[in-house]
Design a protein around this ligand. Sequence first.
Ligand code: ZN
Length: 293
Amino acid sequence: MKTFILFATIFFSLQAASITNFRLEHFCIKSQKNQFFIYRSFLLNNTQSYLALNTTTLETKILKSPLANPSPCNYDSRYFQLLHLEINKPYPLQNDGFIQSKNGIIITTDLCPSSKKGFEKRLYKALFQNFPNPVPVTLFITKRWIIKHKKAFHTLLLWEKERKLSITWGNHTAYHHYFPKRPLKENFVLAKNENLVNDVTNLEITLLEHGITPSIFFRFPGLVSNKKSALTIASLGYIIVGSNTWLAKGEKLKQNSIILVHGNKNEAKGVDILLKLIKEKRITQISDIKSAF
Ligand SMILES: [Zn+2]
């Protein structure tokens, strides 16, 4: 009964929020000894609001007006150092960004657009049935997946509300364009006509409309990018996350794994492998992505 009421509450509160006057920002404030990087502003149901990142913990939250006065950003803080590292790395065509964890195993599940019905329930259930709740998991989500999989999306929100999962809502672009016959360097976000800023912020707005606070983590569709797109993503404030353990591609589990599986049923093989690793107790602990870099 409790579950039903919670589900109904989530269902009827869907897209209750209106987001208007959405803008990119770039300034810092100090609040209760914490430094926050303010990187978006918008009207949330007509109230002036901001997307704010704690530059030490990498947690994001929504702050309401009035804000504390801007103060100079501390570029020695953890977040700005990570951004600095990110833009001073080489720019590979595949798997750019941070690909290994400094603090235990991280699980990331991509929710790219898919024509498959439902989602990998067995994957998320295995997490919260085998590890202390709430289990940290990162969802690199797309708007096109959300639109086609409302019920699955509600179930994930329900598990988050029930504190079975601690979800980090990662950005995987709204549209995740893909052209089966094109080479990688003209595919995904490198395709002609891609408007990357719009593709990224469009997903942020969708999440905010659903009452979700977007995180600071981004994964390129197909893990494909170039210098220009990586710099665009960095300028939007994001920490780019690749993977050293794409299970369906045969990459093996390591102590510093950032595991990549698909939660959208597009790559059952990776989920099969992950479930086997969990069953064999090869994964004993799962860490939060915010502690990984
Ligand atoms: Zn994808």
